[in-house]
Ligand binder design. Structure first.
Ligand SMILES: Cc1ncc(COP(=O)(O)O)c(C=O)c1O
Length: 362
């Protein structure tokens, strides 16, 4: 006899992180996890270094410094915020707090993998809504709701596709969603989409909604992925439920200090976002010139479909890895013939384009 996990736990497919190493390559070019190629704000780095003198102390369980900074910057009520070890932890709070055994979450076909893990870990199931041309289909999302649905996840813009919905579509979805269902609007890439027509991060709109939680992260445009800091803004009763179950110290002192400093350096975020907006167009155009189809992107990555390419996605992925370029093959998202390429520095994007040109010529 040995301890047996709860039913369903061993059926969960573990999260597959972006590839980080290539055999025989000392320092690969990692474009597999949508990290910020410019690192992070110098202010954040300095704050992190200063925190070294405090690593014997527990973090502030209320994340007060960062709470005040986020509330001030985004004009939000501090008591309606929750912080976690990345937005991943906030998703888990939502499923733990709202799913009973056999309840379900609704998510789009190409939803971010961590949501389903959080749902299943909480004893829930996942209802998947088909997308239309790799774009979330609001009507299909509503059609996937049943009487056991408690949470709906939606990222805008989305990963792994990069596509987005105009905010009017999200408002339409919400208007037709039963009010007992918690709508989680995952804005992990919101900073990258600021210039996109019709896009909104929803933070203003959500203020008077009783069943919407917006999540954000410091991992992407802010460049603090290693520190694991994410947050959510939701109705007071939802945050009160989270406050009963969350781990007290999941945001570290150094992470909190660095994130607060990063927030104060909006120049860094704006420069990064501008770079992503320009370079995602350049990369997509180059990939289309090679015969690939690219999905419209409002993020810091481009997803390319190899349906009519002379070489399949997997073989291209492996050829790139042999050259020390790591991108994401989307097989585990059910997109076997697609690669997702993070936007690097300009010279890195040029290197990817050159390598792809060679790979596809073979
Ligand atoms: C759509 C989406 N949401 C959330 C996250 C997770 O971010 P965090 O680092 O805050 O856990 C990611 C990371 O890849 C993502 O792509």
């Amino acid at each position: 006899m040995s301890p047996t996990p709860k039913p369903g736990i061993l059926d969960i497919a573990p999260y597959v992180p972006g590839r980080a190493s290539a055999p025989g390559v000392a320092k690969p070019l990692k474009l597999s996890a949508n990290e910020n190629p410019f690192g992070c704000s110098d202010a954040a780095r300095q704050a992190y270094l200063r925190a070294v003198n405090e690593i014997h102390l527990y973090p502030d369980a209320n994340t007060s410094l960062l709470r005040a900074a986020v509330a001030e910057h985004f004009k939000l009520e501090p008591e309606r915020l929750v912080f976690g070890a990345g937005s991943d932890e906030v998703f888990a709070m939502a499923t733990q707090a709202y799913l009973r055994e056999g309840d379900n979450v609704v998510q789009p076909q190409f939803g971010f993998a961590a949501w389903a893990i959080a749902a299943r870990a909480a004893g829930g199931e996942v209802n998947v809504a088909p997308e239309r041309d790799y774009v979330v289909d609001v009507d299909a999302m509503l059609a996937a709701v049943d009487d056991r649905t408690r949470v709906m996840f939606l990222a805008n813009p989305a990963n792994p596709t990069g596509t987005w919905l105009p905010f009017s579509e999200i408002a339409r979805l919400h208007a037709r969603l039963p009010p007992h269902i918690l709508l989680v609007l995952d804005g992990a890439y919101a900073e990258c989409a600021g210039d996109v027509a019709g896009f909104s991060d929803g933070l203003d709109w959500v203020r008077d909604k009783n069943n919407v939680l917006v999540t954000r992260t410091f991992s992407k445009a802010y460049g603090l992925a290693a520190l694991r800091v994410g947050w959510g803004y939701g109705p007071a009763p939802v945050i009160a439920a989270f406050d009963r179950i969350r781990l007290p110290f999941s945001v570290t002192r150094a992470g909190e200090a660095a994130a607060a400093a990063a927030l104060s350096d909006q120049g860094f975020v704006a420069r990064s976002a501008e770079h992503f907006a320009v370079e995602r167009v350049r990369l997509a155009e180059a990939l289309r010139a090679l015969g690939l189809k690219t999905l419209p992107s409002a993020t810091n990555f481009v997803t390319a479909l190899f349906d009519r390419a002379p070489v399949p996605a997997q073989a291209t992925y492996e050829m790139l890895a042999r050259e020390g370029i790591l991108v994401r093959w989307l097989k585990n998202y059910g997109m076997e013939n697609a690669l997702r390429i993070s936007i690097g520095r300009s010279e890195e994007t040029t290197r990817v384009i050159d390598a792809m040109t060679r790979a596809l010529a073979q």
